[in-house]
Design a protein around this ligand. Structure first.
Ligand code: FAD
Length: 367
């Protein structure tokens, strides 16, 4: 049977994972078209700014939790067997303060903070921390083994793996989602477009998903190595601020965060917030800096801001037929709205996307 042609629109972690899984199956000719590619740093491109780690937040029984559950085995395989992907295991601690229970961060982390979390049987070494081991001000916590992904290695690795299986990568900007079909490298119109445009789906003609909104995250990337990943349920500096520390694989530095500023499109770092982020990280994890030092002991690589592609109603994995500007309909499968969990849902979500792609193409074949 001849291969079908698919264009994946978007080269963030979602587009690149989708393209790799499709190309590796051997069933499709895959073209990726995107405005931004790995190597770019831009406010319209969320993926490079992520930590990125695996801290499940999907509510038990929800599609998000299922995607997270189904993503862990692949991330663990990469950490174990393929060091060139830039993913490594990290000891992880998550601390909880009772007073954060109803804050935006407390709400975001609700599942993560549970002592009976559904993922306690998914990740290795899950333990409830002894009260005596908690830092001052914390009311509870858990520890487990997670992974941390060096996005500067991992995103190009996804491209090179896709190339190995014949996927073709092109720069391009489309105004209407259906235009992506005409970017297919065979010169023929693609049989189907996968929409992986993240937050831009709010503006993209033919999609304009008004449930999409940004949640701004600000980070400081430092050279210091704490040897552990740590997060808290909140801070006393504002209820949309949080502490997280993630040591990336392969010399990728350590990401200090952060915040979850819903509705903010601000692309520039706020210097006051950067100082708060660094102070909180050093307080939570004094081994980040040489003994006796404060934030002057941090060696800063860069400050950064990324916009998490949040979506009211959660991740959208859905198929539809969309009429283009030339009046013809194009099959589109959406995979958008991955918020602050695009890496940790990436493989599970792609499995669901691939099922819809297969269904959509079968429906097309019957027409
Ligand atoms: P994006 O990475 O934004 O990619 C969108 C792609 O679509 C780009 O290639 C863009 O150029 C292209 N595009 C858009 N419009 C068009 C158009 N019209 N024409 C052509 N191309 C177009 N997730 C985790 O799992 N773990 C973490 O620890 C984590 N930490 C995070 C920390 C921060 C500070 C931030 C900001 C995010 C974090 N995330 C984390 C979330 C994660 O980064 C996102 O969920 C993920 O990057 C979204 O990927 P995406 O592919 O959907 O979108």
């Amino acid at each position: 049977m001849s291969k079908q042609n698919i264009t994946v629109l978007g080269a963030g972690v979602i587009g690149l994972t989708t393209a790799l899984v499709l190309a590796r199956s051997g069933k499709y000719n895959v073209t990726v078209v995107a405005k931004h590619m790995p190597g770019d740093y831009d406010i319209e491109y969320a993926s490079p700014w992520a930590g990125a780690n695996y801290l499940p937040v999907g509510k038990e029984g929800s599609p998000s939790a299922e995607y997270e559950r189904n993503t862990w085995p692949e991330l663990a395989r990469l950490a174990k067997e393929l060091p060139e992907a830039g993913v490594h295991f990290q000891d992880t601690v998550v601390y909880r303060r009772a007073k954060d229970a109803d804050s935006p961060i407390g709400d975001w982390f609700r599942e993560l903070l549970r002592e009976d979390a559904w993922f306690s049987k998914v990740v290795p070494d899950f333990k409830i921390l002894d009260k005596k081991d908690l830092p001052e001000g914390m009311d509870g916590g858990t520890s487990f083994t997670s992974v941390c992904i060096n996005t500067a290695v991992y995103l190009p690795w996804l491209v090179s793996q896709g190339l190995k299986y014949g996927a073709v990568y092109k720069r391009g900007i489309v105004k209407h989602v259906t235009e992506a079909a005409s970017f297919h490298h065979t010169g023929k119109k693609a049989d189907l477009v996968v929409n992986c445009t993240g937050l831009s789906s709010l503006f993209l003609d033919g999609v304009k998903d008004e449930n999409m909104y940004p949640a701004r995250g600000q980070i400081v990337l430092v050279r210091n190595e704490p040897g552990v990943m740590a997060s808290t349920s909140g801070t006393d500096d504002g209820d949309d601020e949080v502490v997280y520390i993630m040591q990336r694989a392969a010399g990728g530095g350590t990401v200090l965060g952060g915040c979850l500023q819903a509705g903010s499109w601000e692309s520039q770092p706020d210097h006051g917030l950067a100082v708060r982020i660094m102070n909180r990280a050093v307080k939570l994890c004094p081994q980040l800096v040489p003994e006796g030092k404060g934030i002057e002991g941090l060696s800063i690589i860069r400050h950064g801001v990324g916009l998490r592609p949040m979506r009211k109603g959660g991740i959208r994995v859905e198929k539809e037929s969309i009429k283009g500007t030339d009046g013809t309909a194009v099959k589109v499968v959406h995979s958008i709205g991955h918020g602050g969990y695009g890496y940790q849902t990436s493989y599970g979500c792609t499995q669901a996307t691939v099922k819809l792609i297969e269904q959509a193409l079968q429906e097309k074949a019957k027409l």
